[in-house]
Design a protein around this ligand. Sequence first.
Ligand code: MV4
Length: 452
Amino acid sequence: MFKKILIANRGEIAIRVMRTCRNLGIKTIAVYSEADAQAPHVKFADEAYLIGGSRVNESYLNVEKIMEVAKIYEAEAIHPGYGLLSENENFARRCEQEGIKFIGPPPEVIAKMGSKIESRRAMKEAGVSVVPGISYPLKDAAEAIKVASEIGYPIMLKASAGGGGIGMQIVHNDEALIKAFAGNQKRATDFFGDGAMYVEKYIENPRHIEIQVLADEHGNTVYLWERECSIQRRHQKVVEEAPSPFLDEETRRIMGEVAVNATKSLQYKNAGTIEFLVDEAKNFYFLEMNTRLQVEHPVTEEITGLDLVEEQLKVASGQVLSFKQEEIKRMGHAIEVRIYAEDPKTFFPSPGTINKLRMPDGEGIRHELAVEEGSTVTPFYDPMIAKLIIHDSNRELAIDRLHQILNQYEVEGIKTNIPMLIQVVSHPAFRNGDTTTNFVEKYLTPKKVKKN
Ligand code: MV4
């Protein structure tokens, strides 16, 4: 096992990774920006080094500076957390070249999964069902129209380098497709430096269900059940839970086995997630593979009793997976909500100083905090300030507890999305498991009322 690692991240995930390191006796190096001089992750680490200005390009994305710190202070490995450099193949390769272990999959796999077209092709080859569509870049709008006529409208025009809903459009007819083509290509080029696009059949009312996989460096791969993350707002996840209230045992097992086979065929290593769209008839289609530890990993930890960061560290240091598929537990139900510093009316970030932060503790209640009382939320970074994870013996009880605890949260100085979270978890549709990707639109968006 490693003796000392660097955590190339900030906020709750940096602290989360360091907590496991501390349990395992691994020394931690934090890096931080000027804005983060007083941040909790800096205080929590064994050593911490300033790497640049407040903007991420000057600090948390500053590869040269991070590598310099890693080498001088003798980090054996780097954990990238999520976001930032976590899915940057060049960073992973650079670590490899410097003889520092990147805690994640090999750079070639990161690159392949970063291209939606290539990942579709790889998954198809591995026998995974993908959404009907094409797995090569479109030449022009005329070709797009030809493909659309074959698969039938509505379709989705997607950027191969896309993410977070950018470079993605639903299209209902030829005329709209001609319009969408040029605009979407420009957007993709502006955002990702890559205008390559492809077409998929549009799946209506889908659920987003993802399978957690874990692979060691000796060919052993397992799946750690699923997470359902269908409830999102503008491609930002709001609620994540495990198990999915929608899946039956048979579909669950098949999805897990498909995910493991795909992971093996990619020669994937470390923790990863295979995302599926699941339609109303429970057909599932590969969507994307995330080559990192995800924000919502705690719900998987709660139901399996595993520590995913510990497993990542073990396999990255060359250890063999210590359990078999049949030994993986599935206990009760876990739900995570993300607490953001945002104005509940406008949904814009709400920067400021957190004067008060109180929340109940207890059995089955887990907080992953990015801040503490007195912390300042700045406009430089993601405004997520905490995650609340509830684990109970079944979904009904977990929802009841979650509702109660959200009501007891006391946050002063900034606005938060807690009112919106309470609306979701107290909604009868949520309790009924009607957790499709349209949830927020369908149940929480106020309808315009006509006045007489
Ligand atoms: C889709 C889809 C329906 N059909 N693809 C959204 C983010 C990006 N990663 C893929 N997304 C979608 N792709 C086809 N062919 C619907 C979505 C989608 C969605 C997916 C998962 C969770 C929430 C979503 C909200 C809107 C649209």
